[in-house]
Design a protein around this ligand. Structure first.
Ligand code: PRP
Ligand code: ADE
Length: 148
């Protein structure tokens, strides 16, 4: 899809239409492919873009949240102070599978006293029921796909 400028633009425009005027202070995107969709969306919304990164990648002080994988554990981190108490945050990624990544993002944002207003993805692998891990938060999906 990224090789097709029209398709990529269509995806970004759809996110922009959905979130413009919604008082979003920060778009937080997950390493790595969440950056691709989150950064242009944040620019269009004229708000902050916050990268949520794998452990040890960010320079400076970080806050993190861990989550379970099928085997073992993973963790995401963001810069301390990148998201402030009381802010409205949109979480974005390319894809939701088991939902562990997005759920960790929710935990992290809530940990610093901010509010996740919605989670957004290009693709949902709906058979994996990742949405169930989001504690009732809304999930916006552009394309649903069967299978895992
Ligand atoms: O819903 P989940 O089961 O948590 O899976 C979804 C996550 O997995 C993929 O990232 P990956 O871990 O492959 O990292 P990458 O984007 O850096 O390749 C995808 O881009 C999501 O971030
Ligand atoms: N089950 C899955 N299918 C495709 N991409 C993925 N990324 C993480 N989990 C995935």
């Amino acid at each position: 899809m990224l090789l097709d400028a029209k398709a990529f633009q269509y995806s970004i425009d759809d996110f922009v239409d959905r979130y413009k005027g919604k008082d979003i202070h920060a778009v937080a995107g997950f390493e790595a492919r969440g950056f691709i969709f989150g950064a242009p969306l944040a620019l269009a919304l004229k708000c902050a873009f916050v990268p949520l990164r794998k452990p040890g990648k960010l320079p400076g002080e970080t806050v993190g949240a861990s989550y379970q994988l099928e085997y073992g554990e993973d963790r995401i981190e963001m810069h301390t102070g990148a998201v402030k108490e009381g802010q409205n945050v949109l979480l974005i990624d390319d894809l939701i599978a088991t939902g562990g990544t997005l759920a960790a993002g929710v935990k992290l944002v809530e940990q610093v006293g901010a509010k996740v207003i919605e989670c957004a993805v290009v693709i949902e692998l709906k058979d994996l029921n990742g949405k169930a891990k989001l504690g009732g938060l809304p999930l916006y999906v552009q394309v649903q796909k069967e299978g895992d």
